[in-house]
Design a protein around this ligand. Sequence first.
Ligand SMILES: Cc1cc2nc3c(=O)[nH]c(=O)nc-3n(C[C@H](O)[C@H](O)[C@H](O)COP(=O)(O)O)c2cc1C
Length: 458
Amino acid sequence: MPDPPVLCATLRTDRLSHSSAENVPKTASIRAVGVANRSRPSHIRYRPCSSYQRKKPCDERGPHKRTKRLGALTPFVRWPSKAVVKQSTALEGHRTRSRLGALLQFEQDAGMNTETRTNPTLLPLEVKPLKIGPLAIDPPILQAPMAGFTNFAFRQIVRDYGGAGLQATEMVNARGFVWMDEMKAEHPDRLWGVKDEPRPLAVQIWDNDPEMLAKVGHRLAHEYQVSIVDINFGCPVRQVTQKAHSGSYLLRFPDRMGEIIERVVEACRPTPVTAKIRLGCTRDQINAIDVAQVVEAAGAAALTVHGRTAQDFFKGNADWNRIAEIKTYLKHIPLIGNGDLDSAEKVVEAFRRYDVDGVMIARACLGRPWLFQQAAAALRSEEIPPDPSIDEQRECMLRHYDLVVDRFGVEKGTLLMRKYACCYAQGKPGARHFRAHVANVSTPDEFHAIVREHFPRD
Ligand SMILES: Cc1cc2nc3c(=O)[nH]c(=O)nc-3n(C[C@H](O)[C@H](O)[C@H](O)COP(=O)(O)O)c2cc1C
């Protein structure tokens, strides 16, 4: 998430000489927060606070400090527009009622109470299900496709916790699919489990040949009956871009992308086809707005944008302002924002601050598959469930291991589990020590012993 500078001003209404304070109770105060934002300078947001915090003695300043520290991470409610103020003024017959007074009214109307003041994520937030073609994705929180990670076992773990409205497979190469199908009468490993898995489920494909992609899309839509066929136009990996002229390489050629999407849409109908892109190839070649229009015109049912360029890989922050800018240019299809969402609060913030219809989470869910459940609760304005205890997290990891071994066999499964185990430990005290040990395990006994002895404790 970008961390825009936040300007705060705390006003105490009994100190306002402005006649606008007339209708406002003397004890109330407003904390106005303006988010400096070059592209959308009119974004003014506010958060009410119940007392004049700066005047409080030091030992009572905790919440204020915390609020300040969280800064851009804390969701804000928009300052009521002039139209809203006008309406509320007219309704109440207070001709001279100020914007400030209307703000307090707006606060009441929004159902804020003591609890929501202390926990702004509880403020009502109306997030609609995400419409992708005939599907309603609810909640509109998507589990991202991640090569080498989002296999059958991982998807099952995420599903157990709940909260992800749509899950996605790893990306599947169309050429590889066709070759295996014709030469060996087999299908790629990455499609294992897809036929029988609960829906909705998206399968992501990549290549640069419209016919090849259409052929595979058709099989996925009609034989596998997947809910969505997603096309990858964002992968920055050399093997995909330089060697296969696919993934984010195609962002340079929007016409080609349009051709690909049209063919795949035609082949998959009525199954919706979506596209996942980055902002552009390089910082100098950001063309996501043009690309988005091509994607929509070609018949895609939704667009996901990762707010970085291919050149960025994972460096820097995802640029959510750029993601949100795209929305204005899309006439019918929903926009899904992706990049750096690693907490329920950030998911709520993404919906509050940026004009997106859905969000997608990738890296953060690898070691915290319960994140979707937490984010979904926050979107429903419910209290965010705490992280599972360390013991529960260890249990979850061991269940994940069993699923991986069931799926890939003991040898490959144990090797594969090393990287997930590192994700589960990430950010905990002793994670480094655990990583050093788990990186060498090759048998189930070793894995269990290392987890027992070295997985971080409470
Ligand atoms: C290990 C790994 C594998 C990925 N594989 C894919 C993939 O197969 N298809 C795709 O569209 N994006 C892939 N991505 C990108 C993610 O889907 C996502 O766009 C990116 O990680 C940004 O989201 P995040 O900040 O929530 O991680 C991958 C990312 C990672 C870290």
